[in-house]
Write a protein that binds this ligand. Sequence first.
Ligand code: CNA
Length: 416
Amino acid sequence: MNRSRSRSSQPPVPRVTRSAWSRLTEPAERLDSGPGPYGKQRRKQTDSALAQDLSQMSMSGQDTLNNSSPSASAVKSSSRGGLASVARLVKLGRCKNVVVVAGAGVSTASGIPDFRTPGTGLYANLEKYNIPYPEAIFNIDYFSNDPQPFFSLAKALYPGSHRPNYIHYFIRMLHHKGLLLRVYTQNIDGLERLCGIPDDKLVEAHGSFATAACHLCYTAYPAEEAKQAIMNDKLPICTFCAATVKPDVVFFGEDLPQKYFLNTQDFPKADLLIIMGTSLQIEPFASLVNTIRSTVPRLLLNRNAVGPFEKVPLRRADHMELGDLEDTVRRFAEMLGWKDDIEELMRSQETLSLPTLISSPLSVDQTSCQSRGAPAGTETSRSRAGGQRGASSGSGSEETDSETDSKSSASSSQST
Ligand code: CNA
């Protein structure tokens, strides 16, 4: 992706840069991370404070996992029926413009570790990358100086070795039912595309591996060639200026893709916001959830309370369901009466579309075992969730659900 060139050929848009923030900051203050004098000041502080932020974040991450603390149990008890209440609203036809905000927790059931889960998160396992602090691996200035840590990590994250899980297909079912206005994902694993969510319904806010460009002059570079170089421990080099090429994953200090700005149209229109598997610690993405109208229900599905859901009492339209995301989403699907539909959708995608995108597909039953780490050959009651597997590239399904074609094309005309 050539962000510089796209800026010159298109109408100017506000510049929003990805940054990390301290969870000790109040949500209202977080809005200052965008353009403007306060945002500028925060951005200046951010890089120099990254190392300090790290200790603040890991401390608070452990706090929120500790459900025995008074605040955690108070928050949990105020979730007002969570799933069931929201399922009722959906069934009553009150939610027809659903926005989903997703994070790395959506893909852990596919075998991809998140960032901050203690023990298994990537940040807890970074010694091997030889970096001074975890965020350095996604810091553009650090990359400019030494791209090796990111490339080592990229080898594990490149799309093609993992497959979508039940949660991805639940999001696609929202689209299939004509209810999905947009999914905003921070994930860079491409699994939303791979499960068949059409491009016009998807905002990959932190970029993806689907394109690549020089990190200095932004000259586009063939993504497949970049992948081959990185996989073979070689540096992809810009043919124009000889600087290092990187996949168009958004680093701290880089602009978010222009498509991200669809949020200014979508969030005022939304009638339900579902927040899934994110710690809401990366700005400006985290503040998106605060831009929805206060009367619109927000549903948090996560292992622990995050962002505005850490406050007691919850906002009156807020609901949350804490626990394993895949379990929660399966229960939600059952309440909605979508269980069979999702299984059918998964079956058809796994047998018809995925094999053309990923080599040597597993059978549906094999994938359900893999996704939860069950021993080989063990049948589980869970249906057809995806899992980790060896594979080649996966660029995403072209398939669009026919019954929502009209809605898709209507919204794609808004897309940039
Ligand atoms: P994060 O900060 O690691 O937070 C993940 C959140 O999900 C945490 O609150 C976890 O408790 C929760 N979680 C994890 N697994 C589960 C589960 N099984 N059930 C319920 N909750 C769960 O990740 P964020 O997405 O908030 O941070 C944003 C970063 C992470 C983005 O910039 C991504 O690029 C980056 N990332 C992406 C991937 C990916 O593409 N799959 C993987 C790792 C990191």
